[in-house]
Design a protein around this ligand. Structure first.
Ligand SMILES: [Zn+2]
Length: 385
């Protein structure tokens, strides 16, 4: 009995979220999560986000965390609001707020841990973030066509080489971490997925150049390593698709959902891998862009298929981090006028098991197969908003 109690106490100390409400006071729990989140987010503001190392740290530049609040907390769901000062919008001189939000989200991941649903609500001096950012409706956009009617699944491998105006060079969007570059491993998995879908007679297209050949693009490097923006430009898409944004980093993000909207794609599946020294898979969708119902359904199916395939065929202990939503924090999801999800398959900066897995072609292929079966389950049950 004492041993059981002892074990229960250890659990209690280690994971405040896992307790039932009769043991730990809910208000105290919320306060503990809020405290941990606030400390992590303040920590993130002490250094410039990746690719923005030329800038002062956000805190030095005057970005403040006004408030961090846990609006709702249960073992199944967490709703967090983060209020930032106005300076957050202009911290990046051209007005791209996403790298700062990415750094905040990444820093918060360990305070949150695996939780079935986590909803981030960002506000700027009290105003909801999604109301301060551009919307998809201003762009060329056609209603989604279902996969059954030949609607394309746009498979979007995150990142790729881009022209960095501030540095005057071409470079990849993410650093090499333990032998893995996210820009390239995303492409590998996406390409396997495209093959899977086409073999199953599902109309699929890659958002980046789809052949691993020596064909060089504007960067002078192989086109397949370049961002989506340059590929869509090469395809002859209208300029407002690939040339919308403050710089090529932002244009590359915006080009993907805008292209999907333009080709009346059935859905967008963005392939990413995570950073933040955690472990496991999580899947993101936008909670406020008008397509959250169907995006949420797709995200749930995608996350379930990927995690269960990895557990069955690769590692029985793979962590399911769950679904993540926010109010506009990720342009790839926010700007799609159709179901759109971002699947963060594994953590590049965690050696075992995540980074190890990303070195393994069999792992990449099984993830692609799981995504294919997810798209099949999703498409089979119709396409409604
Ligand atoms: Zn990424």
């Amino acid at each position: 009995m004492a041993a059981v109690l002892g074990a229960a106490m250890v659990l209690l100390m280690a994971d405040p979220r896992a307790q039932d409400g009769t043991v730990v006071d809910a208000t105290a729990l919320k306060a503990r999560i809020e405290g941990a989140l606030k400390a992590r987010i303040e920590g993130a503001l002490a250094a410039a986000p990746r690719n923005l190392e030329r800038l002062l740290a956000p805190r030095q530049a005057g970005v403040r965390v006004n408030d961090v609040r846990v609006l709702e907390s249960s073992p199944a769901a967490l709703r967090v609001s983060i209020d930032l000062s106005q300076r957050a919008l202009t911290y990046e001189p051209s007005g791209n707020v996403e790298p700062l939000l990415d750094a905040i989200i990444q820093a918060s991941a360990s305070a949150i841990g695996p939780t079935p649903i986590v909803d981030y609500r960002f506000t700027i001096d009290g105003l909801p973030l999604d109301q301060l950012l551009p919307r998809a409706s201003a762009q060329t956009s056609r209603p989604a066509r279902s996969p059954a009617d030949g609607g394309v699944i746009l498979v979007s491998p995150g990142h790729g080489l881009y022209w960095d105006e501030a540095l005057g060079t071409w470079h990849l969007q993410r650093p090499r971490v333990r032998g893995i570059v996210e820009d390239l491993v995303n492409w590998d998995i996406a390409r396997y997925l495209q093959d899977e879908l086409i073999a199953a007679n599902i109309n699929a297209q890659l958002a980046r150049y789809p052949e691993r050949d020596a064909n060089a693009g504007p960067s002078g490097n192989a086109r397949w390593q370049e961002g989506a923006k340059y590929f869509m430009q090469m395809l002859g898409a209208p300029e407002e698709i690939w040339n919308y944004g403050v710089d090529d980093y932002a244009r590359d993000i915006n080009a993907r959902p805008f292209y999907a909207n333009w080709i009346d794609a059935a859905a967008v599946i963005a392939i990413h891998n995570n950073g933040g020294e955690e472990t496991g898979t999580e899947t993101w969708y936008d909670a406020t862009n008008g397509y959250q119902g169907e995006s949420g359904r797709l995200a749930e199916i995608v996350n379930r298929h990927v995690v269960s395939a990895i557990r069955e065929r690769y590692n029985a202990n793979w962590v399911d981090r769950g679904l993540r939503t926010c109010d506009g924090c990720k342009g790839e999801n926010r700007l799609a006028s159709r179901p759109a999800v971002i699947v963060e398959i594994a953590y590049m900066d965690t050696a075992m098991p995540d980074n190890d897995a990303l070195h393994d072609e069999a792992f990449k292929r099984l993830v692609a197969q799981a995504l294919h079966s997810a798209i099949q389950e999703w498409g089979a049950s119709g396409l409604t908003r």
